[in-house]
Write a protein that binds this ligand. Structure first.
Ligand SMILES: Cc1cc2nc3c(=O)[nH]c(=O)nc-3n(C[C@H](O)[C@H](O)[C@H](O)COP(=O)(O)OP(=O)(O)OC[C@H]3O[C@@H](n4cnc5c(N)ncnc54)[C@H](O)[C@@H]3O)c2cc1C
Length: 436
């Protein structure tokens, strides 16, 4: 298996990552066997599926969750661990595309995903090294103007968690010459992403839910009155089906495949740096991402490794030499780490939507889906899972707003969407390089 497609029917291990190597113990979860009829079936054991399941279980539903590999095997167990508030597309995009009312409603919920993570970590006692603060780093005056505009727009909606940083303020978070300033979101944060997912899975089970791992859905009939999914060894007919396979669902539900494009991004973990060096490089222990179109993102782990991520590959393939690609970027940020050993390097896929607006909706009368967080989905997937859970419980207000937003397919269709996207990103990356 190449790590980019839904796993085959046999047991599928985690990809080699720092997170897999430092994960909390988890109970074995059997694969699906035989025919079952259930209330709600959720496909996908990432944050979207887990958050939907927890919301429903807390409201008294019974839930069976099918995961093709292991809990958190997809993006949720591989990501940068950065709790970034918002829905990727900025409030300005919501305002421009969908009007001031929609933007105002979105503004009311941009902090909810991060709050939900904190609530669940506290309520279900999840050990995932949760910390506060995330910082956006700027290379030039144009970047700073963009951050100021975002801060002002959020403030106009009553959101006061964004604070500008001058050059010296930025150095208090990342000790590098690279940036001219930045902005901190005091309500952002970071955590061990796989341990968050594993803790949420334990919460699902504690609430009475059932989880089957190594149970990839190979056939789905979402439009039936009672939707049906089939795995190699079993079948589930459900009153309600929820599809949360995101970038890894691929062709299993053709109606969803062309709404989003899989894109890979990579992360590596250095050897432990020791507390002194870790604190010298990142004194505040927040996480940092820069604001370029193709960005770097990094933070320290609880055991003082630098976890450094970056780059994107449209179409979702893995680059041949992840370390080489990332080490070059890491050295530009922290030249002192030039000779540091890299213990782990891995790749994962997120689902990109053309407008960078995550999507949710319904197929037929009884199948729901959410996907397309476009690389910033730690908070969005938690929020969307909650909104799906509300909708299935009969509270449709927020679901209807998102489900009603028009979405655009990627230009170029099946053959050309990847090269067109590469061209577009080259254009934006060039603007970043030139500072215009
Ligand atoms: C390397 C990387 C770094 C990232 N860094 C950040 C970050 O720092 N901050 C941030 O906000 N966002 C980040 N993201 C994005 C974020 O991780 C995702 O948006 C989020 O985790 C999506 O959650 P999900 O549950 O929708 O999808 P996933 O976590 O991908 O979960 C989907 C699950 O569905 C399962 N599945 C798929 N098909 C089937 C099937 N047929 N049958 C059964 N199961 C199936 C998969 O095995 C998978 O476990 C990053 C993404 C990647 C890949």
């Amino acid at each position: 298996m190449d790590g980019t497609s839904p796993p085959a029917a046999q047991a599928t291990p985690y990809p080699d990552s720092y997170y897999a190597a430092s994960r909390n113990p988890a109970p074995p979860r059997p694969r699906l066997e035989g025919r079952h009829s259930v209330d709600v079936c959720v496909v996908g054991g990432g944050y979207s599926g887990l958050s939907t399941a927890i919301t429903l279980l807390e409201r008294g539903h019974s839930v069976t969750l099918l995961e093709g590999a292991k809990i958190g095997w997809g993006a949720s167990g591989r990501n940068g661990g950065q709790i970034v508030n918002g829905l990727n597309a900025g409030l300005d995009v919501f305002e421009r595309r969908f009007g001031r009312d929609v933007a105002a409603r979105v503004a009311k919920l941009v902090l909810e995903g991060g709050d939900l993570i904190r609530e669940r970590v506290a309520r279900y006692d999840i050990r995932c090294d949760l910390k506060d603060g995330n910082v956006f780093a700027a290379f030039n005056a144009r970047h700073m103007r963009g951050l100021e505009a975002k801060r002002d727009l959020w403030a106009s909606h009553g959101l006061t968690n964004l604070e500008m940083l001058d050059r010296a303020g930025m150095r208090a978070h990342a000790d590098t010459d690279l940036y001219c300033g930045g902005m901190i979101d005091t309500r952002g944060g970071h955590m061990h992403p796989l341990n968050l997912a594993l803790g949420e899975a334990v919460a699902v089970e504690r609430l009475g839910g059932t989880i089957h791992e190594d149970s990839p859905v190979i056939l789905a009939e979402p439009e039936r009155a009672r939707p049906l999914v089939r795995t190699a060894h079993g079948e589930i007919e459900a009153r309600t089906l929820v599809l949360c396979g995101n970038a890894y669902l691929k062709g299993v539900v053709p109606g969803l495949e062309w709404r989003v494009m899989p894109v890979s991004t990579q992360v590596m973990a250095t050897a432990p740096l020791g507390q002194d060096l870790a604190r010298a490089l990142m004194p505040s222990d927040t996480c940092v991402e820069d604001v370029r179109y193709i960005l770097d993102y990094y933070r320290m782990s609880a055991d003082h490794r630098l976890l450094f991520g970056g780059g994107t590959v449209y179409g979702g393939t893995d680059p041949r030499d992840i370390k080489r690609k990332l080490v070059a970027s890491m050295r530009k940020v922290f030249p002192a780490l030039a000779g540091t050993a890299i213990d782990h390097a891995w790749s994962g896929n997120f689902a990109l939507s053309f407008l960078r607006v995550p999507q949710m909706g319904r197929l037929g009368a009884s199948t729901y889906f959410a996907h397309g967080y476009s690389g910033h989905g730690v908070t969005g997937s938690h929020l969307f899972g909650r909104i799906l859970g509300e909708a299935i419980s009969g509270d449709l207000g927020r679901f209807d707003m998102f489900a009603g937003l028009p979405w655009l397919p990627f230009p170029g269709g099946r053959t050309f969407r990847v090269p067109y996207s590469v061209l577009g990103s080259w254009w934006y990356a060039t603007r970043d390089r030139l500072g215009v």
